[in-house]
Design a protein around this ligand. Sequence first.
Ligand code: SAM
Ligand code: DTB
Ligand code: SF4
Length: 328
Amino acid sequence: MQQASSLAQVAPLSQSSAPRRWSVDDVLAIYDMPFMDLIWRAQGVHRENFDPNAVQRSALLSVKTGGCSEDCSYCSQSARYDTDTERERLMPLNEVVAAAQAAKDKGASRFCMGAAWKGPKDNDLDRVLDMVREVKALGMQTCVTLGMLKEGQAEKLKDAGLDYYNHNLDTDKEFYGQVIKTHTHDDRLDTLEQVREAGINVCSGGIIGMGESRKNRAGLIVQLANLPKPPESVPINNLVPIPGTPMADNERIDPFEFVRTIAAARITMPTSWVRLSAGRQEMTDELQALCFLAGANSMFYGERLLTTGNPDVARDEALFARLGLKAV
Ligand code: SAM
Ligand code: DTB
Ligand code: SF4
């Protein structure tokens, strides 16, 4: 691996107030920094913009599981792969509200509801709008991830009180076609634009460990950071290999490469919340601490992600106590 011999070789932070545009080479130079220099720089950017000891916690609930028409190669919920995930209908409103209340009681500040759809049909969206209204009424921030939106749907979500819409670019434009063939990277960008125009906060990130190159990872970071306005929230997922999917036997990525990706997101998107997302269950507490040091300041909280596990609340509470972190 080629390493930058001094900090001076890496593009300096922009002094002007205009958002800076990053090139893939800029971000590759960040990735190439000696690890200690990289962490130092990322932590510096982090401290200029955030309380370094505060971590935001979102709970996740799959409100409609499995049977998805799309072919995303990493996903347990695609109808095209023979996985252990059972198909389920859209959950009743009262069960969703009860789950949100339980998450709030355990200390989550945001409730994120996910649906295995290419995109919502209008009558399904109406039911999700009720969920957003009721979860909001509990005093929680609301987030949904429903796939691609048609015109007018983002406005309806905004009117219902939605705070965040999650829609990941997943990987860079170049690698995207090797992961997903049923829709395009541009389709994802279209939905992000609709969400932005409706005045909803954008949550968009990607997955590391799908067989992409470092250049692809840098490309993803550049595409997120160079959006007209960077996402307010940037989830960085470590692939959870799902038996039955084409990525079931993917080689695990070097944990330091994952930390470098977090640092690259922090440096290029200084005011965004960077979320240490899927894959946390398999990480040691020490690796998670390194991710926080590299600028991650948000996480999924509660024992389940959508269809896979997440560290239980007791483990996370102990981690917060050991590191002196506070939840926001
Ligand atoms: N269907 C909607 C969509 O694709 O936008 C929402 C749900 S989808 C499961 C949400 C995100 O979860 C994906 O974009 C992907 O980034 C992440 N994800 C899904 N399966 C994953 C896995 N096995 N490992 C890591 N991240 C995963
Ligand atoms: C995101 O970036 N990660 C979350 C959330 N947004 C919706 C989903 C992770 C899913 C991990 C695999 C699963 O549980 O099915
Ligand atoms: Fe469907 Fe979303 Fe899974 Fe793709 S990631 S198969 S769109 S649920």
